[in-house]
Write a protein that binds this ligand. Structure first.
Ligand code: GDP
Ligand code: MG
Length: 752
């Protein structure tokens, strides 16, 4: 024994999984079996016979009558069905429970065309013989048929007419009773039914009109004999039923006539309307066209019929009060949920891949703006809601409306998340490309060397960025759906662009500041250098070395440097302001920029001064200054030393004069006040908007940044005490060298 091969297993599954075929339902479907169990396959059957998608375009007929009165035979002849019939030899009940079959005689010539999708129910007949005194099933099946069917065919032999005590009349009494019970709960919709009496084996001696009158009289008698529930005591039989009558000849004795009459009867199963004239009891004369009046229809959509019928039967079998409105509401809930799930599946096929792509982007930190999202989102929403509407709007209006809102809620939750992700991607990428575009344009402007207008660049790029976002946001808008208005997001985006602009402007300000600082550095480098160079000349000023007075050029060195400094910075400030204003910098930003510029400029000056007083530099200047005083006379003519000259006296005088420069150089002091310039006042307080990040790159300044623990006096000290003394010693040595050389040259001159 070997295990079944994959192939045989597949073959097995294929046969099991095969779709049901029409052949399987040749004899229709047993809706309710003899055990009173409801079939699980009714919907499958309706699908197989193509009735499930007919909406309201279907009709339900049930047949009643005592057993073996030719009911199944009649249906089979009328509708081409193949319900089981009793063989003519054995007289035994065949139809058990309730069977259903779809009319197989559809089509035909226009004049005798039957209505679409007629579903016929063959109800097990009772006569108390087979089922004993089981009136229970009769009552239950009557209730079931009344709750579902538009037309109830009552089948009886001609000779049964007028037999008030007969089994038929008992059945009709039951039908009327359950009808009252049923519609006690459902007074609003108050659906009517047609009782269609088909009289069999009509011999013809008694005209149909007479038979009809007899039956109507009997029906009225039965009705008046019923004990009616409170509130319905005065109700009349015609409040609930219309009546129609037909007679058929004997099938076996007049087989041909039977066939033609059945055919004629068949033409009555199509849509009809009520004649304008109404009076008393409704008779078949008042039905024009066919027997199917719209008011008979139970308004259960075909795709919900199986669920509805099963629910009804469940209530009946369990002896619960049959409450049709409640059943219809339950059905609506069930079906609307089912339809909702179905349409959401279709929605998923469009939306899920988009959601996945978006999530992927988020996961990779690479936000993606999905192409044409607005178009596909809108289409999916409209399609889904429309599909739901088509199917579900046939059900209970209130339930449908509620479920539609629920469905729209589900769709919108999904779309909202998707759209918000889309806009946040558009937002992020938009801000980034805006920032890149501005930076790129600035760089291009700088490369060309041409002056570029930063404000114009920003304005232009902002317009582009806003337009792009607006286009995306507008593409997501859906008419009549308020949440698809993304004005708020647009505003947020604009705010972000402005923030980025401010950041970019700040950077542009930095670049400007650097350019201006560079300019200050080169300016000061030159002019301050010149001032120090002047020190090399001992005769630059008006003062005479003999008087011991310092020359004016030396005495007001710092005044001149300070003035140079503040005029240079003033000029730089003017340039800065002018340029900064051109790109819309705020007064605040300008104030911060100027404050930084002044501080940085001070640093530039301080560095330049330090460079000038560096050991070698300053020693050279002092030596030049000394030599100028020692080796040249007042007229600037070089001295030729003779042994008689007071070389020593002149040396001492020149040396002393040059030495006075050292304390002067040591401190940055203004001549008038003999005090440092008011640097803190000149720099000014930090503007309120300066944040600590702005200050990170700034060198602390003594006397300005007090918390740094360095005083203004220290800031203004150019040479420390130690350096000063060291400089004095070194200078003296240099001067001594010059003196010895002079002495030597005097002696040498004599020797020559
Ligand atoms: P049902 O139990 O009411 O469904 O009756 P059936 O259709 O099974 O028929 C019962 C018996 O009546 C069968 O033997 C049929 O041949 C016979 N029968 C059918 N139609 C007619 C008819 O029009 N007249 C007479 N006399 N017998 C009929
Ligand atoms: Mg039968």
């Amino acid at each position: 024994s070997t295990a079944p091969s994959v192939m045989t297993m597949n073959a097995h599954f294929a046969s099991v999984g095969e779709a049901p075929t029409k052949e399987q339902y040749e004899h229709g479907i047993q809706v309710i079996d003899e055990e009173k169990a409801f079939t699980p396959n009714l919907n499958t059957y309706l699908q197989v016979v193509g009735a499930a998608q007919s909406g309201f375009n279907y009709h339900l007929i049930s047949v009643f009558g005592s057993q073996s009165t030719g009911k199944s035979t009649l249906l089979n002849n009328l509708f081409g069905t193949e319900f089981g019939v009793m063989s003519e030899s054995e007289r035994r009940q065949t139809t058990k429970g309730i069977w259903m079959s779809k009319n197989k005689r559809e089509g035909g010539a226009e004049s005798e065309k039957m209505a679409d999708n007629i579903l016929v129910m063959d109800v097990e007949g009772t006569d108390g013989r087979e089922r004993g005194e089981d009136q229970d099933f009769e009552r239950k099946s009557a209730l079931f048929a009344l709750a579902t069917s538009e037309v109830l065919i009552v089948n009886l032999w001609e000779h049964q007419v007028g037999l008030y005590q007969g089994a038929n009349m008992g059945l009709l009494k039951t039908v009327f009773e359950v009808n009252l019970q049923l519609f006690l709960k459902d007074r609003q919709s108050n659906p009517r039914s047609l009782l269609f009496f088909v009289i069999r084996d009509h011999i013809g001696a008694t005209p149909l009109a007479n038979l009809r009158n007899t039956l109507l009289q009997d029906l009225t008698n039965i009705w008046s004999g019923l004990s009616k529930p409170p509130g319905l005591e005065k109700s009349k039989i015609e409040d609930y039923f219309d009546f129609a009558f037909a007679a058929l000849p004997h099938k076996i004795l007049q087989p041909e006539k039977f066939v033609t009459e059945v055919q004629r009867l068949g033409t009555r199963f199509r849509a009809g309307h009520r004649a304008a004239k109404q009076h008393g009891l409704h008779t078949d004369h008042e039905l024009e066209g066919g027997v199917f009046l719209p008011e008979y229809h139970r308004r259960i959509p075909a795709d919900g019929f199986s669920v509805y019928a099963e629910g009804i039967w469940d209530q009946i079998v369990n002896n619960k009060d049959l409450d049709l409105p409640t059943q219809q509401e339950l059905l609506a809930q069930f079906r609307c949920d089912e339809i909702s799930r179905e349409v959401l599946e279709a929605f998923d096929t469009t939306i899920l891949p988009l959601e996945e792509r978006q999530a992927e982007g988020v996961r990779l930190g690479k936000l993606t703006v999905l192409k044409d999202l607005g178009v596909s989102g809108k289409a999916a929403r409209v399609k889904t809601v429309k599909a739901f509407e088509t199917e579900a709007s046939r059900y209970h209006k209130g339930v449908y409306a509620r479920k539609r809102v629920e469905l729209e809620g589900k769709i919108d939750t999904r779309l909202k998340a998707l759209y918000q992700g889309q806009l946040s991607a558009a937002h992020k990428t938009g801000v980034a490309s805006f920032s890149d575009a501005v930076a790129g344009a600035v760089k291009a402007g700088q490369k060309k060397g041409a002056s570029y207008e930063f404000a114009d660049i920003v304005e232009q790029e902002k317009l582009i960025a806003l337009k792009q976002f607006e286009t995306e946001a507008k593409s997501l808008a859906i008419d009549g759906v308020p949440w698809t208005n993304f004005k708020q997001q647009y505003k947020l985006y604009e705010t972000d662009l402005d923030e980025v602009s401010a950041q970019l402007r700040k950077e542009e300000m930095r670049r400007l500041a650097i350019r201006v600082e560079r300019w200050v550095r080169s300016r000061l480098g030159e002019s301050v250098g010149l001032e120090f160079n002047k020190l090399g000349s001992g005769r630059g000023g008006s003062g005479a070395p003999e008087t011991g007075e310092k020359p004016a050029t030396e005495k007001d060195l710092w005044d001149r440097i300070w003035n140079l400094f503040i005029t240079t910075v003033k000029e730089a400030e003017t340039r800065f302001i002018e340029r900064a204003k051109s790109f819309d910098a705020s007064q605040d930003e300008i104030d911060v920029g100027l404050w930084r510029l002044r501080r940085k400029s001070w640093g530039v000056l301080r560095a330049k001064v330090d460079e000038e007083v560096m050991e070698g530099n300053i020693l050279l200047k002092l030596r030049e200054n000394f030599e100028d005083k020692f080796r040249y006379d007042e007229a600037g003519v070089p001295r030729i030393w003779r042994p008689t000259d007071d070389i020593e006296g002149m040396y001492t005088k020149a040396k002393e004069s040059t030495l006075t420069l050292i304390p002067l150089l040591s401190r940055f002091r203004l001549a008038a006040t003999y005090a440092p310039p008011d640097l803190p006042e000149w720099i000014g307080n930090a503007p309120a908007s300066v944040d600590s990040k702005d200050e990170e790159d700034l060198t602390p300044i003594g006397g300005v940044d007090e918390e740094e623990g360095k005083s203004l006096e220290e800031e203004m000290t150019i040479l420390s005490e130690a350096k000063r003394q060291d400089l004095v010693v070194r200078f003296k040595k240099t001067a001594d060298g010059v003196y010895v050389e002079a002495k030597r040259s005097a002696i040498g001159g004599v020797a020559q």
